[in-house]
Design a protein around this ligand. Structure first.
Ligand code: HEM
Ligand code: NFK
Length: 480
């Protein structure tokens, strides 16, 4: 008996909004009982600038969560509390390790309810932190989006979150499409699976276009020096001044805890793409050859970071991904039908698009983190210092690139390159290898209008979703 294919609606996931909150995020908690929280979050930038945030939070009463009613209200409470938390920790002259009961007590309860860790996750800064500019236009077009909260008040910070919001919305329709594909694969309907895969490839291609738009309004200097420091977590933060993590003080039993900061690795959508396509990530530092190749059992080692990031997703989204994991059948369906050229090409196009996404992302990380860390200046040399603890965090970045870390705590480029390389397997590599050894497309790839090696040695593919070449992937990142 096969496990049932999950119904996304039961997990709060819709075909319009995907993993974004299904109703628009609340801009204000309706109960005036929370007026003091709203006053602080509404004045976050002035309170950070004047360095008064900590003292104002310390003077707050410990508010109860018993006045929160709807799911939207619980989510709004989470957004408020994590923005105040990160402002409180990183907004002074140096980071403070103690989180006072005024934050700890309600935050723990809100997080228990939402099944999230007490830290600013992707859900808090992206999924539940947007509004449409005009109510009568599509709510999730990048050009009709604004953020509810930011640390810096900058356009750059809004854009940084909104690109992800737009990607989530663009990817949303692919969720029911791929559930249909899973069901069609169960009945052996190759034509439907092919159509669904074609639509998925187009969707991933469109998310790639959105990712490219990061550069339009988010300046790498502003991102690295002003915004990113507030997104830091408390794990591996010794260099930044939090050797033990954060001391969450609930008033009677203070406890040190360490959590990773916000990261797009916490996006359920991108993990959904991987899972549904059967892309497997292994622990960093191992290759396919190190593992028990060939066996499809669930004891295979997984990329522990990517998998761990599921515990930073809202509970229902995490459970949805787990259920998709247990029904994902597309990869084995395609592998069993190597002679079905339309099917193989559609599947390969999805992998190629996902790989392009990771390539473009690596370029972004180089520009927004690696290059910036090289030019980061010590506070005394800086003519225009940023927020104090945040500034220290940016300038504390080691010059040794090997030690640079993502807000999630990964070793950046080695981690991202491995995730990218694992995306290409198996089909794209297999057919690219064959192409390179046997020449241009054989019948199997008939629906690709052009596949071949260019005079300069680059491989060019004109496929379902446009043209892409190995050259596009800067720095020899793509090894076709
Ligand atoms: C300026 C913009 C961005 C920067 C600097 C950046 C940086 C990073 C870093 C450093 C990581 C490693 C994990 C960690 O330690 O945090 C990461 C992971 C990741 N990021 Fe981004 N990111 C950016 C925007 C985005 C956007 C808009 C997306 C949406 C597609 C995205 C998708 C991912 C994914 C999926 C991962 C997990 C690794 C993987 O699956 O390949 N990132 N990002
Ligand atoms: N991992 C990134 C931060 C990041 O990607 C991120 C952090 C919080 C919320 C969203 C994020 N990604 C978004 O576009 C970094 O290390 O700078």
């Amino acid at each position: 008996m096969l496990p049932p294919v999950p119904n996304p609606v039961e997990f709060g996931i819709t075909s319009d909004y995907g993993f974004l909150s299904p109703e628009l995020p609340l801009e204000v908690l309706p109960d005036p009982y929370y007026a003091e929280w709203e006053m602080i979050i509404g004045n976050l930038q002035p309170l950070l600038l004047s360095k008064r945030l900590r003292s104002i939070v310390d003077q707050l009463p410990i508010l109860s969560v018993s006045h929160l009613q709807t799911d939207a209200e619980w989510r709004r409470a989470y957004v408020i509390l994590v923005f105040i938390l990160h402002g409180y920790v990183w907004g002074g002259d140096s980071p403070t390790e103690r989180v006072p009961p005024q934050l700890t007590v309600p935050l723990f309860e809100v997080c228990e309810r939402l099944e999230l860790p007490p830290v600013a996750t992707y859900a808090g800064v992206c999924l539940w932190n947007y509004k449409p500019i005009f109510a009568d236009e599509p709510a999730t077009n990048l050009d009709n989006l604004a953020c509810l909260q930011t640390f810096t008040g900058s356009l750059d910070e809004q854009w940084f979150y909104l690109v992800s919001v737009a990607i989530e919305a663009r990817g949303a329709p692919s969720i029911p499409v791929m559930l249909r594909a899973i069901k069609a694969a169960r009945t052996g309907n190759s034509q439907i699976v092919t159509e669904c895969l074609q639509r998925l490839a187009e969707t991933i291609d469109e998310t790639n276009t959105l990712l490219q738009r990061m550069h339009e309004n988010c300046d790498p200097y502003v991102f690295y020096n002003r915004i990113r420091p507030y997104l830091a977590g408390s794990k591996n933060m010794h260099d930044a001044g939090l050797p033990n993590g954060l001391l969450y003080d609930n008033g009677h039993n203070p406890e040190y805890r360490q959590y990773g900061g916000g990261s797009n690795a916490q996006s359920s959508l991108i993990q959904f793409f991987d899972i549904v396509l059967g892309v497997e990530h292994r622990p960093t530092g191992t290759s396919r050859n190190d593992s028990d190749k060939g066996s499809e059992d669930s004891t295979k080692p997984r990329n522990s970071f990517i998998h761990e990031m599921r515990s930073y997703m809202p509970g229902p989204h995490r459970r949805f991904l787990e259920q998709i994991d247990s029904v994902a059948n597309i990869r084995s369906f395609v592998e069993a039908r190597r002679g079905d050229s339309a099917l193989c090409i559609a599947y390969d196009a999805c992998l190629a698009m996902l790989r392009v996404l990771r390539d473009k992302h690596i370029t972004i990380v180089s520009r927004y983190i690696i290059l910036q860390s090289r030019s980061a200046r010590r506070p005394s040399q800086s003519a225009n210092p940023g927020p104090p603890a945040a500034r220290n965090l940016a300038t504390a970045a080691p010059t040794d690139k090997k030690k640079l870390r993502g807000t999630g705590g990964t070793a950046l480029i080695p981690f991202l390159k491995q995730a990218r390389d694992e995306t290409g397997e198996p089909a794209i590599d297999a057919w690219a290898r064959r192409l390179l050894s046997t020449g241009p497309a054989d019948k199997k790839f008939a629906s690709l209008s052009k596949v071949g090696e260019q005079p300069d040695g680059h491989l060019e593919v004109v496929g379902l979703c446009g043209t892409w070449t190995a050259e596009e992937n800067e720095g020899g990142i793509c090894h076709w």
